[in-house]
Design a protein around this ligand. Sequence first.
Ligand code: GLU
Ligand code: ZN
Length: 288
Amino acid sequence: MRVHAYRGRFAPSPTGPLHLGSLFAALVSWVHARQHCGRWSIRIDDLDAQRCDPQWSDAIIATLAAFGLTSDTPIVYQSDRIIAYGEAFAQLSAHAYHCTCSRKSRAPGPYAGTCRRRLGRSLPLQGAIRVDCASLQCTLDDIIMGHCMYPHPGDPIIRRTDGLYAYQLACTVDDAMDQITHVIRGVDLLESTLWQRHLMHHLHLTPPTYGHFPVLVGHQGDKLSKQHGAPGINPRQPGQVFRQLATILERPEPPDAGVPIPDWLDWWLAQGDVTSWWPKMRQNIPIA
Ligand code: GLU
Ligand code: ZN
């Protein structure tokens, strides 16, 4: 058995405090790693300096630690890996093209491939670059959702108009560099998975195993997120927050809020295989 080779990760973007939805995502990936005797790492997705703040990185790491979720390996910062992303970008150039469509001129939904006719031409030093995903596979064997079929998401941007390497490229490179074997994340990232797996194929990398779980949604049915103003969680009362999560997940007999965090984590680990935690599969979980 190669169980010890398991490596999982949680990859927050430091654009605000950790909220309940992201704590839930961290916990699920951590429990899955531990239930498979695996290692679990934190990666900070801080490529976009306009939106990210080192203070939020530190705050998120400290909050995770208050919940007993600490990285088994040194924390990776995407902002330290620009050279690696540049190398992968160069390797993808045969499949890439310059896209001059403005956001306004584009129809909503997946990118229609208007600029694909430029495939094969050399790439300009500036401007948005997309990767041709015409042959992308739209099915996925997901260890949580089972066999899924997803509409074609279009061609992703790998370098943005502002010159930054895009998340899709960075995450693809990172998961390979960090030898991640299991990517366990919210179902909102399913589209990213199809793209990242396709980019891995072009880069001759072996994709990890993927599992997507339902995300916590607010009253309007939208995912809890910083953009929608989800409040930060209180790292001084981790037991209370864990109890709130246990209630949302309809777990019977959660411990008291005052129970020490290591005992809480043992309780989470004893809640059965994390892939069977959801009462109604494929649905998102309202927080109230
Ligand atoms: N940082 C991204 C996010 O928070 C990516 C997460 C991931 O790849 O798991 O949505
Ligand atoms: Zn275009």
